[in-house]
Design a protein around this ligand. Sequence first.
Ligand SMILES: [Fe+2]
Length: 420
Amino acid sequence: MATRPRPEPAGDLASRLFATRKLTLGLAAPLSDADATIQPFPDASPAKWHLAHTTWFFERFVLARQPGYRAVEPRWDALFNSYYQSVGPMHARPRRGLLSRPSLDEVRDYREAIDARIARRFEAGDLDEVSLQVLLLGTHHEQQHQELLLTDIKHALWCNPLAPAYRTDLACVPAAATPLRWTTHAEAIVEVGADAWPQARAFAYDNESPRHRVLVPAHALAQRPVSNVEFRAFIDDGGYRDAALWLSDGWDRVQMEGWSRPLYWDGDGEREFTLGGWRAIDPHAPVCHVGYYEADAFARWAGARLPTEFEWEQAAAGQRVDGNLLDAGVLHPRAPDGGGAQWFGDVWEWTASAYAAFPGFRPLPGSLGEYNGKFMCGSFVLRGGSCATPRDHLRASYRNFFAPSARWQFSGLRLARDAA
Ligand SMILES: [Fe+2]
């Protein structure tokens, strides 16, 4: 028998929602209108667009459900619709950086207006169960955009020859090397994924369900991600020049885009661009801003492979969600303090698993069914969150996904091996 949905208590939901909204504004606070308007490449959105789109999400999918609802500015509906074909027309993604209007102040006013309308609905107590569920989904959606805001502005600032720092007060904490240890895992049938929300009490995206059993072969897993100094050895050994290490599509990218190092490293491999500006590379911090192709090539060079998402989840499932996450305020991966396994935080870890539907996958009903399911083609799953992911956004079953060429996220890797 299906379990009846149990929405979060409205008070808890309102606290979560307004805290999330406030944090987003705080993340955008160091930016000028110009900083927040530019779009460095088609997959990265302007900070101003993130601020507006996350607001549009609440207006379109919660407030506009009320009969007779009048939009704050009907002409913005298409501007801030990201990809919801069932909602209506949308402004072309690669042209988001051309939206010099509305201004950043107008977008902030838009946020305030929508927050006030949501607050009034909470006060009136007239939000139905579906609205409450979408409000919760909207907070998780906004947290995804918080991370994107940071990774997108990092790229935009890196493109500027003046290399401005997003913030100049970020802590830089190098740490000692941690020897690479391996744990072995016997062949097992394991349960992975999450029970479908909102039927289940705990929030999870539709792409994490249904929870199901998989056969995980015997294998070994590294107990921390690959470090900068280890990746440097791959570069020094000619890793970017040896076609035999690369998938064919990856090798094409190496040639076409001239890859010879992680995205934000300088030519001599001594410094990297961070949200705090250019800094010396910490040799023992996890390597970051590598795509799937580079992760896969490194693993082959190292005589290993990438873990599957199920191997990763089996190992991380019992671990506390903690680590160098957005909440830590560091905004850059760092070496493990005291030798922790870093399942969560620092860098998203590329897995060998193509992003595809779990058996029995059902997208959310209605327009929100477009949230995840229609992207299940051509991407790989990343697990574990990064230094830009809010802690209460994560769980062991969380499936992030990006195209294998994507390098601008805080993405790194952990090694796996087949059992001997
Ligand atoms: Fe979105």
